[in-house]
Design a protein around this ligand. Structure first.
Ligand SMILES: Cc1cc2nc3c(=O)[nH]c(=O)nc-3n(C[C@H](O)[C@H](O)[C@H](O)COP(=O)(O)OP(=O)(O)OC[C@H]3O[C@@H](n4cnc5c(N)ncnc54)[C@H](O)[C@@H]3O)c2cc1C
Length: 475
């Protein structure tokens, strides 16, 4: 964006201007995406965030040396088309790298480098992935391929509510395949254990995240801390486009007129008059601000915990950028390439960690022992520091029946829109889901104000073979 354009936007947001005013409450990825989608629509945009930095759950903490460390490693996949588009449009595409190889480390320490083929049409591009998993017998590999096909062909509409684990067992998936493939893959992608997640959510991960396209399973890994990507750079980009970003500003109420429409956002002793509001806060906070528009979400939606175990060794111990550790407590280990000068730092991510929360010391011992088991360099290394970070409601728990409780963006109040990874985007609670929700809400607000905002970009196109195998309906 040129300087001239920035000046023009700055003029257009002068107080008292004619442009309709949209206030976005909540500066997580959903709120930030909503603001980006509204840039250039001729609306004044104010985003208020209660914390010191925007970015929400995609956050970093300061280590002792003044650097930023992500509270929990985040990764996206190639199927996250809207997140990647947002990053491109805001000049953040240099803050992520694309890794095509996923490393699996089996129970006996054997390593499988799984790289989808570039030269085979989807879904056959996954064949090398199956072949390289040496911890499975050929019989198990065939069972896994068959299970993938059956799950992909399961039509969400015809599926009675059931959990992924029940479905996998009923369809004859061997226990080893469930434990060493489905469990780590689905739990990492959905942030919830397979005995609780809806099989329909599991199908979505499989189809959109693996089968649909040769690039669907590409791993997009941040190369700089999230606090820098979203908290600083995206916030600065929005400000340069005329968006007023107010941090440390907690909305305490939304003032409504007799018809229920929003007139102002109230907080911090101030009063922000508005023509539309996008409420992009987590569900419990939304239930407090607009209880009549999201009735009962507080009771019907639940969160799932994710734990990150940060370890600072006296030297680098993990010789891979990241690896899925199957059949262990540690689920995914990441080498911290983004932590400047902290080459001995790595973090282990454990989704659905509710059973592990009581015994921090025991968890640390287990994780360190597992790392020493699979990474020889860790055996000699001295552990200098450790930190266990758990978010008890890291993601929405996508259990059977939860889809019916996720509200649409449009509400009964004509100028109040909802956003957030918990709303009905059709996506699990992820950065992609958050961006989609923000864009959907921005489009709704803009339409209400007679404007047009950036809309969702399409999913990766499905090949003819995928359409034949999976059907043409979206997952
Ligand atoms: C540990 C962990 C690991 C994760 N791993 C991944 C991953 O690998 N890949 C992935 O895609 N996703 C991952 N996620 C999920 C991802 O972080 C979220 O889906 C996404 O960040 C949600 O964004 P959001 O804007 O919907 O909500 P939030 O990030 O929760 O943002 C809501 C914002 O609203 C603010 N707020 C609340 N109330 C008020 C108020 N009254 N006034 C003003 N502001 C308010 C909050 O402070 C917050 O900043 C992970 C999440 C966690 C916690």
């Amino acid at each position: 964006m040129t300087g001239a354009r920035v000046d023009e936007r700055s003029r257009s947001v002068a107080p008292g201007g004619e442009e309709p005013h949209v206030v976005i409450v909540g500066g997580g990825i959903a709120g930030l995406a909503a603001a980006e989608a509204l840039v250039g629509t001729g609306c004044r945009i104010t985003l208020v965030e209660s914390r010191r930095r925007v970015g929400g759950r995609a956050a970093s903490f300061e280590d002792g040396a003044g650097g930023l460390v992500d509270a929990c490693q985040h990764v996206a996949m190639g199927c996250c088309t809207n997140l990647l588009d947002l990053m491109r449009r805001t000049g953040l595409d240099d803050a992520v790298r694309c890794d095509r190889t996923m490393w699996f480390i089996g129970p006996s320490g054997d390593r499988a480098a799984c790289t989808p083929a570039r030269w085979l049409p989807a879904p056959l591009h996954l064949a090398p992935l199956l072949v390289s998993m040496r911890h499975f017998t050929w019989r198990e590999k065939l069972a896994l391929a068959g299970g993938m096909l059956r799950l992909a062909r399961l039509h969400p509409r015809d599926s009675p509510p059931t959990t992924a684990l029940d479905w996998l067992r009923t369809s004859g998936q061997p226990d080893t395949v469930i434990r060493l493939f489905w469990q780590p893959v689905l739990e990492s992608a959905l942030g919830e254990s397979i005995d609780l997640v809806d099989v329909v959510a599991a199908r979505k991960v499989l189809v959109d995240g693996f089968l649909a396209h040769r690039h669907a399973a590409d791993l997009w890994v941040p190369t700089v801390p999230l606090g820098e990507v979203f908290g600083a750079r995206l916030a600065a980009w929005l400000a340069s486009q005329g968006v007023v970003v107010r941090t440390g500003w907690k909305a305490s109420a939304i003032e409504r007129d007799a018809a229920g429409d929003a007139r102002a956002v109230v907080g911090e002793g101030a009063h922000l008059p508005c023509d539309a509001v996008i409420v992009s806060v987590p569900w419990r906070a939304a239930a407090r601000l607009v209880s009549d528009l999201v009735p009962e979400v507080d009771e019907r939606l639940g969160g799932s915990p994710i734990t990150a175990v940060h370890l600072w060794f006296d030297r680098p111990v993990v010789d891979l950028p990241h690896a899925v550790l199957v059949g262990r407590t540690s689920q995914w280990v990441f080498r911290s390439d983004s932590v400047a000068g902290a080459s001995g730092h790595c973090q282990v991510v454990i989704s659905a960690s509710r059973g592990l929360l009581g015994d921090r010391a025991g968890l640390l011992d287990t994780v360190v022992a597992e790392l020493r088991d699979v990474f020889p360099a860790a055996r000699e290394a001295i552990l200098r520091d450790a930190k266990v970070v758990t978010d008890p409601t890291a993601v929405l728990s996508v259990r059977p029946g939860v889809e019916a409780a996720r509200p649409q963006s449009v509400t009964a109040a004509s100028n109040i829109l909802l956003a957030g990874d918990w709303t009905a985007t059709g996506w699990p609670s992820t950065m992609e889901g958050a961006v989609r929700s923000g864009r959907i809400a921005a489009a709704g607000a803009a339409t209400r104000l007679g404007k047009q905002a950036a809309r969702l970009v399409p999913d990766l196109p499905r090949s003819a073979l995928v359409r034949l195998l999976v059907g043409t309906g979206r997952s």
